[in-house]
Design a protein around this ligand. Structure first.
Ligand code: HEM
Length: 276
């Protein structure tokens, strides 16, 4: 009931009619809105789409940044490896952070040279992104599983998959699945690891924080950039530590399973101070 009320409240608050009365609307919102109108999307669906955009862009990256920073604080060897990489990238571009000096110029090129941070991002999302992927079935079909089972699916059905338990936490695909291993997605020579196996067979979808197929998250490149920029800048300017070094990683709030990036069940006190 409450969820239904809130959904309608947001559809109304973010309706096309109301948004159009505002000034300084973002180009991304107004142009994509115009395109939907030109393609003849019903106005009530356009209102819903506005809410989807708000939730998709705001609801996931915030908690994802929290988890990444927390895992780094909890695992000093991971923090050290990512910090070394960040410092090295800065050195390569001839930049140095000095008290009172210019702010660093963080470019896209610099963010493409961080395989260790990439792996830490993937690992953090593996542990904390738990979306339900739902598809409307448009025609009768059969879905064949790897273990030989076959499901007859009818037109009009909805099929939902939950890759979190199906693959991200599968101990065969990811040994010791509950442990954060910052280098899980790194090859021994420091490249991106893409080979994971189950029952001796290579697994194609070994980590699915972004979903898959036609409606795979279109904001994933933007989101990864946000996450990496956040960590890069934070670690460049500040030292972080948990107030209690023995602090356990909080459980995820399982009531939110299915809604993308999970949230913790409690706050975690930490300290930070300028590095320079
Ligand atoms: C850590 C951050 C994020 C995560 C984990 C995430 C995850 C997801 C997932 C799992 C889906 C559903 C995919 C499927 O059904 O197969 C999705 C859809 C979507 N996401 Fe993201 N997302 C994130 C950030 C963003 C951002 C920053 C934006 C926009 C700038 C965005 C825009 C969207 C949109 C528009 C959809 C709907 C796509 C469709 O139905 O075709 N997401 N996201």
């Amino acid at each position: 009931m409450e969820a239904e009320r809130l959904k309608r409240l947001f559809w109304n608050t973010l309706s096309v009619e109301k948004v159009n009365t505002k000034e300084n609307i973002s180009g991304w919102v107004s142009e994509s809105q115009q395109m939907r109108a030109e393609r003849g999307m019903h106005e009530s669906m356009q209102d819903r789409h506005m809410f989807l955009l708000l939730w998709a862009s705001q609801g996931n990256t915030g908690p994802a940044s929290f988890w990444l920073l927390l895992f780094l604080m909890k695992h000093p060897e991971a923090m050290k490896a990512v910090k070394n990489e960040v410092d090295e990238v800065l050195r390569e571009t001839g930049q140095e952070v000095k008290r009172g000096g210019p702010l660093i110029n963080l470019t896209r090129d610099m963010l493409l040279k961080t395989p260790v941070l990439d792996s830490a991002v993937d690992e953090s999302l593996r542990l904390t992104a738990a979306p339900v992927l739902t598809r409307a079935v448009l025609e009768d079909m059969s879905l064949k599983m790897d273990n030989g089972c076959e499901y007859k699916i009818r037109k009009g059905d909805r099929v939902s998959l939950f890759p979190y338990t199906a693959v991200q936490m599968d101990p065969e695909v990811h040994p010791d699945p509950h442990t954060f291993k910052y280098n899980r997605f790194l090859t021994p020579d420091g490249g991106k690891k893409t080979e994971f196996y189950k029952g001796g067979k290579k697994v194609k979808y070994y980590n699915m924080p972004w979903g898959a197929g036609v409606s795979m998250c279109p904001g994933r490149f933007f989101a990864v950039n946000e996450l990496k920029q956040f960590v890069f800048l934070m670690l460049t300017y500040f030292d972080f530590e948990l107030k209690n070094p023995d602090e356990e990683i909080p459980d995820i709030d399982v009531r939110r399973w299915g809604f993308g990036t999970m949230q913790p069940t409690r706050d975690i006190p930490f300290r930070y101070r300028l590095r320079f």
